[in-house]
Design a protein around this ligand. Sequence first.
Ligand SMILES: *[C@@H]1O[C@H](CO)[C@@H](O)[C@H](O)[C@H]1NC(C)=O
Ligand SMILES: [Ca+2]
Ligand SMILES: [Ca+2]
Length: 454
Amino acid sequence: MIYGRSLFHIVASLIIFHLSGATKKGTEKQTTSETQKSVQCGTWTKHAEGGIFTSPNYPSKYPPDRECIYIIEAAPRQCIELYFDEKYSIEPSWECKFDHIEVRDGPFGFSPIIGRFCGQQNPPVIKSSGRFLWIKFFADGELESMGFSARYNFTPDPDFKDLGVLKPLPACEFEMGGPEGIVESVQIMKEGKASASEAVDCKWYIRAPPRSKIYLRFLDYEMQNSNECKRNFVAVYDGSSSVGDLKAKFCSTVANDVMLRTGLGVIRMWADEGSRNSRFQMLFTSFQEPPCEGNTFFCHSNMCINNTLVCNGLQNCVYPWDENHCKEKRKASLLDQLTNTSGTVIGVTSCIVIILIIISVIVQIKRLVKNMSKGNRTLTRQFSRRCLNLPIMSYALSEGQELQLTLQMWQRTLKTTTNCGDPLPSAFTTTTVGPTCPVRRAAAVTSAQEMLLS
Ligand SMILES: *[C@@H]1O[C@H](CO)[C@@H](O)[C@H](O)[C@H]1NC(C)=O
Ligand SMILES: [Ca+2]
Ligand SMILES: [Ca+2]
């Protein structure tokens, strides 16, 4: 399937059916044996420019006890127009409490409601404000009618009228898998999927190993036009890339981690021509549910992850259990080895260690004295954490003071920014932060040195 074309198809339908234990006019029904079945919810034909869907059996009577959900998705910068056929009849009731059609302006059942319809008069033309319409047809346990047939078209979003005829979007898809991996917007440029000035609509398909699910954790996220979802967003789908499986959509200033129910995750990033500095970086971790089988690590929550992810410098668990006590573990194994050798070796080694410690303490004191005499106050907090996450380092500096921060990163540079937004990009990096600019968490730091400049 050619991706560019598929954009112009409506992406998906979600058809949900369940026997509802409807109560009506005092007739109470047993709801204990509520069953879930996948049953036809009328026909739905889709074209590049729109489609048609109907209630079950239309134009014959729809069956009782039915709920159907239709979600329509247009390509970015398009809207949806929905028309109901005049051959229309849905059991009338006060406020359409019984059978009805409900239309919402968005992809979710909690999106803003446009209207609830029933009776003999077909609803007016409905226009979406964005790319989605969520439509539910509901029939209770008694009194059925003909139902409805609805037709929809995709139309250019008037918000983008000024841009004229838009260029087709470049094809942009990625496949990823394995126990963990990093999905990031820079892959678009690295792999030559689009030029720096083109709008992009990219999808990353993440496939976990069999019987595994996926946990997604944001390492970096920033939308250039934040809160403008029509211009840029990052979306997460759970199970397929169809709109019914849309799990979360981020376009504000924050993005939350996402736990998927399935082993197929789809990340989608949309950025228009003026939002190409929008960026994100996400760590995915494949996990299985407990009880944890051999060769997996228990995350103290409901996750079992591949053993190779323990102490690898990246937090794969929801809480950093996989990266805690890494140093201690290494020490313990060292001790184990030592007990196997003779006591003299231990004695010699500890002597050398003690001498080295004394020497380094002397050197440090000398340096400190030197710096103080120079007038610089040095806060040499030396971290030496190969695996541990560095805690949030906050500095409350007074006016005029500056802090020079030198971080030596191990393996990968992650979420290391000052709150003023300047990233610390390279593996070994020095930056100066001004007053009240806390440094956010840095993972996989081997050492950090802070020097207060007066
Ligand atoms: C863990 O990851 C390694 C390397 O990708 C793989 O070979 C191995 O099968 C995985 N183990 C489990 C238990 O999934
Ligand atoms: Ca009814
Ligand atoms: Ca890890």
